[in-house]
Design a protein around this ligand. Structure first.
Ligand code: ZN
Length: 345
């Protein structure tokens, strides 16, 4: 089980970089991985604070982030030999930092500039162009420094996506329990409870989050980080990724247009909750309150494409048993489900 040693969340927390570096005993060379926008927003400040702490800094500013880019980062790490890698950016930068540092066995510190999904604190990562459309085990961050002042500068849509990804845990945990009961799969009560509690906190604080106040962002960040920790405890994405995530992955593969990950998972969670005969209306109402999409057209998909994605979702990852594998719905049944939840008309 890998858990972060330091988690610092709040307004202006970037300035805590020197004390975190000191507490963690960081010395020698650090590599800061970012893109040009995130470097201006936070990467430069992180680098300056690290220099102040007596570390020598190298930067790596990337433009794209696919399988080849990650290999390039790895060859830079081999060349520069940093003792630690800082990932300063959104989900893809953090994922690339996680994968490359994990492969080369150096610690990484997560400095998120957005809150679009739970990867900011999890030990899992996905990268474009890899054989699998879902996240794989990499390594957990040694520390997470999340500055709400920095994160508040990102477009609101990232917050919406982050909320959708957390709310999705309601059905992810149901799927995990189902796999335990019907397939005798390992089920961890603690990890499941942590993921579920995060979802409940975001649901209960939806109005506060929608008000765009710092406290709301704080709730969401803590929830996303707790979800990451839940995955570290479980040693897999099981507490945080069920049928709603399979649906989102299916949309990604099936249609070149992508809405944001958490937006798709939120809608997926409405569908899964309906299939479980659970309170899908509460999920929809919360998503609406935050301003998240709740229909195919709001997600930017044609009705028929969304139904097709639901139909093929179970085949994306057959070993991950969920309500979709259990019910094995045909196109008509998927269409009925999407209509009953108002996702298509
Ligand atoms: Zn997710």
């Amino acid at each position: 089980m890998q858990l972060p040693r330091e988690v610092i969340v709040g307004k202006g927390t970037l300035k805590c970089v020197p004390e975190v570096a000191k507490r963690l005993g960081l010395r020698g060379k650090a590599l800061v991985l970012s893109d040009s926008i995130c470097y201006d927003v936070a990467g430069k400040a992180v680098s300056d604070f690290l220099t102040e702490s007596g570390l020598s800094i190298d930067f790596l500013l990337v433009k794209t982030m696919n399988k080849k880019d990650v290999l390039d980062i790895e060859s830079q790490i081999k060349k520069l030999k940093p003792k630690v890698l800082f990932g300063v950016g959104g989900g893809t930068i953090i994922d690339a930092a996680k994968i490359s540092s994990g492969r080369l066995n150096i610690p990484f510190i997560s400095v998120p500039t957005t809150v679009s999904h739970d990867g900011i604190a999890s030990p899992l990562a996905s990268i474009k162009g890899s054989d699998k459309p879902y996240s794989e085990l990499a390594q957990a961050p040694l520390a997470i420094i999340a500055d709400t002042e920095v994160i508040a500068q990102a477009p609101w849509r990232f917050v919406i996506s982050g909320c959708g990804d957390v709310i999705a845990k309601i059905t992810a945990v149901k799927d995990w329990k189902l796999a335990h009961i019907e397939k005798n799969e390992y089920y961890g009560e603690y990890a499941a409870s942590l993921a579920l509690m995060s979802a409940k906190l975001v649901m209960e604080n939806a109005e506060l989050i929608a008000s765009r106040k710092d406290e709301g962002l704080h709730v969401l960040l803590e929830a996303l980080i707790s979800c990451g920790v839940a995955m570290s405890i479980a040693g897999s994405s099981r507490p945080c990724s069920g049928s709603e995530h399979l649906f989102s992955h299916a949309l990604d593969i099936f249609n070149s247009h992508h809405a944001m990950h958490g937006e798709q998972c939120g809608v997926g969670s409405m569908l899964s909750a309906y299939l479980y005969k659970a309170n899908w209306q509460r999920i929809r109402n919360t998503l609406k309150l935050i301003g998240a999409p709740t229909t195919a057209s709001e997600l930017g998909f044609k009705d028929a494409d969304l139904v097709k994605a639901l139909e093929v979702a179970a085949k994306i990852r057959p070993e991950r048993y969920t309500i979709l594998q259990k019910l094995n719905l045909d196109f008509e049944a998927c269409e009925k489900t999407a209509k009953a939840t108002g996702i298509i008309s």
